[in-house]
Design a protein around this ligand. Structure first.
Ligand SMILES: CC(C)(COP(=O)(O)OP(=O)(O)OC[C@H]1O[C@@H](n2cnc3c(N)ncnc32)[C@H](O)[C@@H]1OP(=O)(O)O)[C@@H](O)C(=O)NCCC(=O)NCCS
Length: 450
């Protein structure tokens, strides 16, 4: 047999589409990078286990821990407790977990929590055969991390063994998750006198996220999502807006309960809180590794910093633009163009300082718009502000009936590609823009369908 060296040809490529694979890998790389060392608290109800979705969830969670995410897992057990009550011949059933817990119901809570804990530990221990996490060894640590106290008597109703969180053993939890173990918290806490209390999963997860100063709190819920008037899923919502919805709209009570807890977490400093459906395989991965996600994410009301520009902002906009014009990142525009187009600009302001801007130039005939002058001051970069400007511009364009957003860029192509833009050609642009295209700059064209 003779062995020769020859040029690699496209015919040698494996059968699966390599370009697609490479593109996918590059697309998720930024998310992978941002996850290392972040703390996530993930809460789910016993219904997920009942629907036999536990193993799929554990696979996805194992993948996150392999990427360096520090994980605290909080489980609920209402359907299992209700089942126990039914089997024992009791009529009473829990709905939210915040109902009074009798001594009998507490026994059912303990049994259900113990059984679920073992199921979850077993799922993490099975070596995950035939999965991407085959042979991964993940340690699960559960214990008496939660000190509870009784809710007490409210409006004359004695809540008996229903409790709330008094404090967490934060030091021990931090120690465990920093060693790569998953901390598992069940819906039972103990008072310093050794008394057990039934604690709602939502309450426990929210408290844990706040106490741990988590980067994310995630609730997996059955299937409900939040939609706007046009039927689109609201993928991101400011905390203040979510509070308004809770006050003014009539939404599914279980979803409202989760939303209330995400709002509380974000108000108390958790950076992002998500509610995602669990009935879609890989929903956790889709939420993290795709730009828009699939559920609803609540964030602090940073949108307050965004406002339309006025003539008073021209000096500040120019000082953001000028260094980038000087180094060739942006095409020189000149003061008179900015003055003429100022109403097309949005600025980011904090404490009176303009630290970012973007403009949206519509081409209504073609239902297209150009996003231009997207800038975040270097001192504020890499904190998600560019993303905020992009999201704002996208939703502004959508409300104007725009179907495609385009950008011309010489140095920022990957930033746009990571956010769903696809490279286009001059022919894809509106006619007027094609005529004005500056060929000597040879800017790349990126387009996103809205
Ligand atoms: C592009 C820009 C607006 C992004 O603003 P930002 O607030 O830093 O954006 P975000 O925080 O949402 O995203 C930051 C991420 O994008 C990455 N990023 C920044 N510039 C990038 C570029 N040119 N190419 C690829 N990725 C880039 C950062 O490394 C960071 O990744 P990390 O979080 O993994 O570290 C900002 O870098 C900027 O003002 N650049 C100069 C002006 C410019 O090029 N504008 C676009 C011209 S059309």
């Amino acid at each position: 047999m003779s062995i020769e060296t020859e040029t690699y040809s496209a015919l040698d490529a494996p059968e699966y589409a390599p370009a697609q694979f490479v593109r996918w890998f590059r697309d998720v790389a930024p998310y992978v990078h941002t996850m290392r060392g972040k703390t996530f608290v993930v809460g789910f109800g016993g219904d997920l286990v009942q629907e036999e979705r536990l193993n799929a969830l554990i696979q996805d969670l194992s993948l996150l821990t392999a990427l360096g995410v520090r994980l605290v897992l909080v489980f609920g057990s209402l359907p299992q407790v209700n089942e126990q009550l039914r089997l024992k011949g009791y009529d009473f059933q829990f709905d939210t977990g915040m109902e009074p817990t009798s001594a009998i119901a507490l026994e059912c809570c303990k049994e259900a929590a113990g059984e679920l804990r073992l199921d979850i530990e077993a799922a993490f221990s099975q070596g995950l055969p035939n999965t991407p996490m085959s042979n991964a060894q993940i340690h699960v640590i559960s214990g008496n991390f939660v000190t509870a106290q009784p809710i007490g008597v409210i409006d004359g109703i004695d809540y008996k063994h229903t409790g709330k969180v008094r404090k967490f053993d934060i030091t021990s939890i931090h120690k465990a998750i920093s060693l790569g173990a998953v901390v598992l918290l069940g819906p039972i806490g103990f008072s310093p006198t050794g008394e057990a209390f039934n604690i709602a999963m939502e309450e426990l997860a929210t408290h844990a996220a706040i106490a741990l100063k988590a980067d994310k709190l995630v609730f997996l819920n059955q299937s409900t999502v939040l939609r706007d008037d046009n039927g689109h899923i609201i993928t991101e919502i400011a905390r203040a807006e979510a509070e308004k919805i809770l006050k003014e709209k009539s939404i599914d009570p279980h979803f409202a309960n989760l939303l209330k807890h995400t709002v509380k977490a974000v108000r108390c400093g958790v950076k992002r809180a998500h509610i995602i459906p669990h009935n879609l395989d890989g929903s956790l991965l889709l939420e993290y590794f795709t730009h828009d996600g699939i559920g609803t994410m609540v964030v602090e009301d940073t949108l307050d910093d965004l406002r339309p520009a006025t003539m008073d902002d021209i000096g500040a906009i120019l000082s953001l633009i000028e260094p980038l014009e000087a180094d060739g990142t942006l095409v020189p525009r000149g003061r008179h163009i900015i003055e003429r187009d100022v109403e097309k600009f949005t600025v980011l302001e904090h404490d009176g300082i303009i630290y970012g801007c973007v403009s949206l130039i519509p081409y209504t005939n073609e239902q297209m718009a150009e996003m231009a002058c997207l800038i975040v001051h270097p001192d504020w970069q890499s904190a998600g502000e560019g993303e905020l400007l992009l999201k704002h511009t996208e939703s502004k364009a959508r409300t104007m009936g725009i179907k495609k957003l385009f950008v011309l860029t010489t140095r920022t192509s990957h930033w746009f590609m990571n956010r769903g833009f696809i490279q286009g050609t001059l022919d894809d642009l509106p006619k007027e823009k094609q005529i004005n295209y500056n060929r000597s700059r040879n800017s790349l064209i990126f387009i996103k369908n809205l």
